[in-house]
Design a protein around this ligand. Structure first.
Ligand code: ADP
Ligand code: MG
Length: 437
């Protein structure tokens, strides 16, 4: 494990106060082979020398006496460069562009799934080769809360990692508009344009807010052309694909189609679970798997709501000093999720049925004709008919790729069994309660 610290002082302080805890945790998490290393960023603000970091192992006094002599690691591949900022503060000659990137929105924290594979890999390719791929502009679109902003930041962060001398700027379209209006008020539009023309990787989030703002679109159009011509990378996010955008100048829309437009979808169940687990891990929390699963099953609107529910549960548990249990999760979800998305899904029914009989959930979709599995499948069909609005055909499709006649037959079989078999009726009533919880 490497801890990056801003100066030697932090390293010493950690060593002094936390070394035992760190050692214990590293042994627990990484095993006896686990090693701790610090990386100290040495930044020399006076001379023009580029920043570099040094790596030092822990608690080995011999090695740490003079960290300066230990293998300097070059963080910079090229010379760092200061950009003159048109919004200059008098007396200040140079100012570095603040990228406005959020560290936690990294590729590491971005869970890959079918829902985002194209967008993610295109984004990754762009970050390896900004401005040099055919994904320029890279246009990411989706409904809210599905990870556009996160992915856009991840690309920016990765570019900065790979090419520290490139200037990356993340800006929301709203900020862009506000800055433009400000520049008009101060009569320095040229400076505004000039500033944006100096960016190597420009990320504009939620471009749909430019709709109807002709002047701002106009100025963005010129910036776009300038940057594109110079092979600078442009990344745009939007709530719609270019063809469906309203209130945008056609010439701007046609530019958006030059590169790649990739959409993000709602993650499937496994990806939702993985996202929650990553988040829980990052927050250092410990939450029972069944609760994670329950959340992933119940919230199918977007990732932001999924994370919101998780955060509410964590808050609820720590404020009231209650353990995080399935019951707590259920009571939270009822309050949290809008009634529309609390609809019982076929997936969810399959899960409850399989859990009840201790079967793996994917067995429902297998070809097997073993009695107990056929019965579980029939129960899943029966409850899906009862609790969802899905058609017989849809239910069949999701329960082992069967046709509607099979589903009908399953419903009849279950009804017969309920009437004739007392034990079976108890199962069904039990399951019904669990499903409706
Ligand atoms: P959008 O910009 O599309 O509205 P965001 O990027 O703000 O969505 O995403 C909402 C939340 O969901 C963020 O906290 C983000 O980290 C998280 N999120 C979305 N997709 C993923 C993913 N694939 N892996 C991890 N977290 C994700
Ligand atoms: Mg966003």
């Amino acid at each position: 494990m490497t801890i990056q610290v801003p100066s030697q002082f932090f390293y010493e302080w950690l060593e002094e106060h936390y070394i035992n805890l760190l050692k214990k945790t590293i042994k627990k998490e990484l095993g006896p082979e686990g090693r701790l290393e610090y990386s100290i960023i040495m930044e020399n603000s006076i001379s023009e020398t580029k920043p570099y970091s040094i790596k030092i192992p822990t608690s080995n006094k011999k090695d740490t006496q003079n960290p300066m002599v230990n293998m300097p690691i070059d963080l910079n591949k090229g010379q760092s460069r200061d950009i003159p900022n048109p919004f200059i503060i008098p007396g200040l000659k140079k100012i570095k562009v603040q990228s406005q990137l959020v560290e936690t929105y990294s590729f590491d924290n971005y869970v890959e799934g079918d829902c985002n594979r194209l967008a993610r890999s295109a984004g990754y390719a762009v970050s390896e080769n900004p401005g040099k791929t055919s994904f320029n502009p890279l246009y990411l679109y989706s409904n809210v809360g599905l990870g556009k902003t996160h992915l856009a930041h991840a690309i920016g962060l990765q570019v900065k990692n790979n090419f520290p001398n490139l200037t990356v700027l993340y800006v929301s379209a709203e900020q862009f508009i506000a800055q433009y209006i400000e520049s008009v008020r101060n009569n320095n539009q040229n400076d505004f344009v000039h500033f944006y023309q100096m960016i190597d990787v420009l990320i504009v989030d939620d471009i749909q807010f430019l709709a109807g703002k002709e002047k701002t679109q106009d100025v963005f159009f010129h910036i776009f052309n300038f940057l594109h011509q110079k092979s600078k990378q442009i990344i745009i996010t939007s709530d719609k694909p270019p063809v469906e955008m309203k209130g945008m100048e056609p010439r701007l829309l046609s530019r958006f189609k030059w590169g790649l437009a990739a959409d993000l979808q709602m993650p499937d169940l496994e990806t939702r679970i993985a996202i929650l687990q990553k988040r829980i891990y990052n927050d250092g929390m410990d939450i029972p798997y069944e609760v994670v699963e329950y959340l992933a099953y119940s919230i199918t609107t977007n990732v932001r709501e999924l994370e919101g529910a998780l955060i509410s549960i964590m808050a609820q548990s720590s404020l009231n000093k209650k353990a995080i249990t399935l019951d707590l999760a259920r009571s939270m979800i009822d309050k949290f999720v809008k009634s529309t998305s609390r609809e019982i899904s076929i997936d969810y029914i399959q899960k409850v049925v399989c859990d009840y009989f201790n079967l793996p959930v994917d067995i429902i979709n297998s070809k097997t004709r073993k009695r107990e599995i056929v019965q579980a499948r029939q129960l899943a069909m029966y409850f899906s008919k009862k609790h969802t609005k899905s058609s017989l055909a849809t239910i069949g499709l999701h329960c082992g790729n069967k046709d509607h006649a099979t589903v009908l037959h399953a419903c009849r079989t279950i009804n017969n069994l309920v009437e004739t078999d007392k034990q079976f009726r108890i199962y069904v009533e039990d399951l019904d309660k669990k499903i409706k919880l």
